[in-house]
Design a protein around this ligand. Structure first.
Ligand code: ADP
Length: 390
């Protein structure tokens, strides 16, 4: 049975086609710059990327191009072979406690959550609507980034702001990257050989978040109402004193929208270094003597370690530390810088294993805490959910 996992952004559409339940990836690809004359459609055929540059008016057109490409390249014979579509939806609020079969009512409920995720949910809905039009009789499932974190206790998800903001507007911490946190923590539980466990997941990509996973359930995470909260990232500031906004607003005569744009798109590695958003550039330039690159990384690592200390206390110990996503999976330097600060917790990284690509367990034998580098796979989780949800 063939299932597509879809991740729709405002001008992009990522897809991955699986044979299920074997989880074999049949093809994957990406449509970028939807809505422009210079859109790019990329699909993998027999392991090779086939790239088409053409105007693509909207997501509906992108979806028909995808189906045309699937038949043209003989990846599928007939659209009838596709038995399910799974959609990543960023914000499920307090309404969606698990992945959900998509109906008209579900689309309306997701739409009601748009004010909580104005940059993401409207695009997710466009993706859902395009696939529902193209495949009206096929099962479609929404898989939410927030679901895994719905097990947080209230003192961990509430802000100490007026309670009415929570009641009226849903102001609370929701957390994101849930599908990834769930996938790698489940793998860590397999490696540990027991469900009863205290795990900290470090999802370190352009966007980055940590979670405290107790006995398989998320009890805290660093991102909040939006993905801006938590640790500094490629272009996001993470936590700051909100009063900074008042000061800079006055000094630079910026609107709140403009200030939030700076915190989302011009801060983090980019803001501190003044130049780079990519971790590889930050590390390379730091090694070339760029002091502000070193500072950008030092700040991020300090904040990551702060959260690890706090989650250690929250869970009353730690069995495993799990690194994942672009930086977590690939940067031995970042893993080493973090683990070197955690010796007090009994973390001992093996220098050699940490530099061995593809190895999951990278701690020394005598380490009290397991350290894993686990490749995340949000798409396969989405495909599994399409199978599971009735
Ligand atoms: P997102 O999905 O949030 O866009 P990713 O998980 O793709 O982010 O991670 C992107 C980050 O991963 C970038 O900062 C990039 O530098 C880093 N990264 C990707 N590949 C490598 C690598 N081989 N070595 C070091 N860092 C890497």
């Amino acid at each position: 049975m063939k299932i597509i996992a879809v991740n729709a952004g405002s001008s992009s559409l990522k897809f991955q086609l699986f044979e299920m339940p074997s989880e074999e990836v049949i093809t994957k690809g990406l449509v970028e710059r939807i809505g422009s004359n210079k859109a790019v459609f990329t699909i993998e055929v027999d392991g090779e990327k086939v790239v088409t540059k053409t105007p693509i008016k909207d997501h509906k057109v992108a979806v028909s191009m995808l189906f045309e490409a699937l038949s043209k390249h003989k990846i599928i014979k007939d659209l009838e072979e596709i038995k399910g579509v799974g959609h990543r939806v960023v914000q499920g609020g307090e309404k969606f406690l698990e992945s959900t079969l998509i109906t008209d009512e579900v689309v309306e409920e997701v739409r009601k959550l748009n004010p909580l995720a104005p940059l993401h949910n409207p695009a997710n809905i466009i993706g859902i609507e395009s696939f529902r039009k193209a495949l009206p009789n096929v099962k479609q499932v929404a898989v939410f980034d927030t679901t895994f974190h719905t097990t947080m206790p209230r003192e961990n998800f509430m802000y100490a702001t007026p309670y009415e903001w929570y009641e009226k507007y849903g102001v609370r911490k929701y957390g994101f990257h849930g599908t990834s946190h769930q996938y790698v923590s489940e793998r860590a539980i397999e490696l540990l050989g027991r469900e009863e466990s205290k795990i900290i997941v470090l999802h370190l990509g352009n966007g980055a978040s940590l979670s405290a996973v107790l006995n398989g359930k998320s009890i805290d995470t660093t991102m909040g109402l939006t993905p801006l909260e938590g640790i500094p990232m490629g272009t996001r500031s993470g936590n700051i004193d909100p009063a900074i906004l008042g000061l800079v607003q006055q000094e630079e005569n910026l609107s709140l929208t403009e200030l939030l744009e700076v915190l989302n798109k011009k801060s983090g590695y980019l803001g501190v270094s003044g130049k780079y958003t990519d971790n590889r550039d930050i590390v390379a330039e730091m090694n070339n003597g760029c002091d502000r690159c070193k500072l950008a990384l030092d700040i991020q690592i300090k904040r990551i370690v702060d959260y690890i200390g706090s989650y250690y206390v929250l869970m009353g110990g730690l069995d495993a530390l799990v690194f994942t996503a672009g930086i977590g999976e690939n940067s031995w330097e970042v893993r080493e810088l973090i683990c070197n600060k955690l010796e007090v917790l009994g973390v001992k990284l093996s220098e050699k294993k940490n530099k061995t690509r593809g190895l999951e367990e990278i701690n020394c034998c005598e380490s009290k805490v397991k350290v894993y580098a686990i490749k995340t796979d949000e798409e396969v989780m989405i495909a599994r959910e399409v199978l599971r949800v009735k």
